[in-house]
Design a protein around this ligand. Structure first.
Ligand code: SAM
Ligand code: SF4
Length: 339
C-alpha cells in the first residue's frame, strides 16, 4: 500500500529507498570515480550538519514513506558524526532499515560502534584481491584495510556483508571468478556493477565497458549458476544461485549482477537521493537537483520541506537514457551525488 504523502512520480513509481551522501570526500581514488589528484571538495559551510541530516531523514521516514536509508558518499566512514546519525535514524518510527555503502577503510574500528548505533548492513566495495591491482585501480595501498574491515563487519553481525565489484577492461576484468570464490569462502554476498558514466574525468567509454553478459559468461565458465527464483522487486541486481554453495546461515549462496547500462531497471526504481549539500536528486543521472538546504536554513517547516521533496520526485524521468544519443552525463560526479 502506498503511504499518504508518499514520493510518487508521474509514472506511478513510489520512492521508498533513500540514499544519503554524507560527504563528497574520499580516501581512495578509484579510477572509475575520481582522478588521482582528487576533486575540489564541497565547502564545509555547504555540507549539511549532522542535525540537518537527521532532520531530513526524519521527514523522509515520518512524512514521505521512506522505509530504507543507506548512507554513502564519497566515503561515509570519513564523516565523524556517522554513528550519531545512524543512532538517530534507528530511533525513528516506523524504524527504517539502515545500511552503509563504504570502501571498507576504517570499518575494522567502526563496525562494532556502528552496529551498536543500530546499523543493519554494509555494502563494501572490493574490485580486486591483488594488492598491485588495487593500487593501480584506487591509487592507494589500502587493500589490507579493506579486508580487515570486511572481517570486522561480519564479526560485528552486519550480515549479510555485501560486496560491490566494478570490473575495468585490462585491469581486473579477468578476476570475476576469484572474487566470487572469495565471497563464497567468507560468506559474503557479491554483486558486480557495470561501470557507469559517472566519473569526474568523463573517461567512461561504452565500447570498452565490461558488460553484464561478459561477467556472467566468465562466472559460468567456473561455477554453475541458476536463476534465483526469489522475486526481484525493485532490486537493481539480477541474482543467480551458485550451485553447491551455501551461506553461513545455510541458505543457497547467490551472486548478483547490476546491469545498470545494458539491463536498465529504471521502470522499477524506488530511489530518492539526498546529496551532502542538501540537494534532492530523483535519479543518479538527473541533470537537475532541488535544494532543501537553502529553504531549511531560511526557516522552512517540515511540511514545506516534505512538499519540496515530493515535487522534486514527481518530475523523475522515465529512464536514464545512457544508450540514447542525446544522453548527457550529470554535471556532478558519483562521489558528489552519492553512489
Ligand atoms: N566510497 C564508498 C564506496 O566506494 O563504496 C561509497 C560511495 S561509491 C560512489 C558507491 C559505489 O559506487 C561503490 O560500490 C563504487 O564501486 C560504485 N561506483 C563508483 N563509480 C562508479 C561508476 N562509474 N560505475 C559504477 N559504479 C561506480
Ligand atoms: Fe571513493 Fe567510493 Fe569513489 Fe572509490 S568509488 S573513489 S572509494 S567514493
Amino acid at each position: 500500500m502506498v503511504s499518504a504523502g508518499a514520493l510518487v512520480d508521474r509514472y506511478g513509481r513510489v520512492a521508498t529507498d533513500l540514499r544519503v551522501s554524507l560527504t563528497d570526500r574520499c580516501n581512495l581514488r578509484c579510477s572509475y570515480c575520481m582522478p588521482p589528484e582528487g576533486l575540489p571538495w564541497l565547502p564545509s559551510a555547504e555540507i549539511l550538519t549532522d542535525d540537518e541530516v537527521i532532520r531530513l531523514v526524519r521527514i523522509a521516514v515520518e512524512q514521505l514513506g521512506i522505509t530504507e536509508v543507506r548512507f554513502t558518499g564519497g566515503e561515509p566512514l570519513l564523516r565523524p558524526g556517522l554513528a550519531k546519525i545512524v543512532a538517530a535514524a534507528a530511533q525513528l518510527s516506523p524504524r527504517p532499515t539502515l545500511s552503509v555503502t563504504t570502501n571498507g577503510i576504517g570499518l575494522e574500528r567502526l563496525a562494532e560502534p556502528l552496529r551498536a548505533a543500530g546499523l543493519d548492513r554494509v555494502n563494501v566495495s572490493l574490485d580486486t584481491l591483488q594488492p598491485s591491482r588495487f593500487e593501480r585501480l584506487a591509487h592507494r595501498r589500502r587493500l589490507p584495510d579493506v579486508l580487515a574491515g570486511l572481517a570486522a563487519a561480519a564479526s560485528a553481525g552486519l550480515n549479510p556483508v555485501k560486496l560491490n565489484a566494478v570490473l575495468l577492461r585490462g585491469i581486473n576484468d579477468d578476476e570475476a571468478p576469484q572474487l566470487l570464490q572469495f565471497a563464497l569462502t567468507h560468506g559474503y554476498e557479491l554483486r558486480f556493477i557495470e561501470q557507469m558514466p559517472l566519473d569526474a574525468q568523463h573517461s567512461w567509454d561504452r565500447a570498452s565497458m565490461v558488460t553484464a553478459e561478459e561477467i556472467l559468461a566468465a562466472l559460468q565458465a567456473v561455477f554453475t549458476l541458476t536463476p534465483d527464483p526469489a522475486v526481484r522487486g525493485a532490486a537493481p541486481a539480477e541474482t543467480w544461485l551458485v550451485e553447491g554453495h551455501r551461506t553461513p546461515s545455510g541458505a543457497p549462496a547467490k551472486v548478483g549482477v547490476i546491469g545498470s547500462v545494458t539491463r536498465p531497471f529504471c521502470g522499477a526504481c524506488d530511489r530518492t537521493r539526498l546529496t551532502a549539500d542538501g540537494q534532492v536528486r530523483n535519479c543518479l543521472f538527473a541533470r537537475e537537483e532541488s535544494d532543501l538546504r537553502g529553504p531549511m536554513r531560511s526557516g522552512a517547516t517540515d511540511e514545506e520541506l516534505a512538499d519540496r521533496w515530493r515535487a522534486a520526485m514527481a518530475s523523475k524521468a522515465a529512464g536514464h537514457g545512457i544508450d540514447d544519443p542525446s544522453f548527457l552525463q550529470p554535471a556532478r560526479p558519483m562521489s558528489a551525488i552519492g553512489g
